[in-house]
Write a protein that binds this ligand. Structure first.
Ligand code: SF4
Ligand code: SF4
Length: 134
């Protein structure tokens, strides 16, 4: 199964090789969606984790035991259909093709199930039609 999680690292743990340890010790694959990690500063990682459910849970328990704050992402992207002018700019940065221009209608289509909430589309929209909701 897959889980999307946000990890917040205390300053002293910002060098922890998380993706390596999750793969080696828990057989959990971690796809980095967003990373803000600087040496000796608090860091944040948004990961999509894939693996066996028990191993996934064990890996999250291990992270918590290392003082890493784990939050299961429940945010979602919302496109305001009233504001969108179907310029297509957001489709150019979407890594999963959740945002696409329909070739027949030239209108934006958003497939929520494909969205990994990487947030890359938000700043590209000239009319601020894309936002993130809890
Ligand atoms: S948040 Fe990321 S994956 Fe979701 S629609 Fe925007 S660019 Fe695509
Ligand atoms: S960038 Fe904004 S206005 Fe342009 S297609 Fe995407 S959501 Fe619509």
């Amino acid at each position: 199964m897959k889980k999307r999680v946000t990890l917040s690292f205390p300053r002293q743990m910002s060098q922890l090789p998380v993706t390596y340890i999750l793969a080696r010790d828990f057989n959990v694959a971690a796809n980095i969606i967003r990373a803000q990690v600087a040496p000796n500063r608090m860091g944040t990682l948004v990961l999509e984790l894939s693996g066996d459910i028990d191993e996934l849970d064990a890996s999250l328990d291990w992270l918590r035991s290392r003082q890493v704050q784990v939050s299961l992402a429940s945010q979602e992207i919302v496109v305001d259909a009233e504001l969108c002018v179907h310029c297509g700019l957001c489709t150019g940065v979407c890594p999963t093709e959740a945002l696409k221009l329909d070739p027949e209608t030239a209108k934006l289509s958003f497939t929520r199930s494909r969205c990994v909430v990487c947030e890359q589309c938000i700043p590209t929209c000239p009319v601020e039609a894309i936002s993130i909701h809890l």
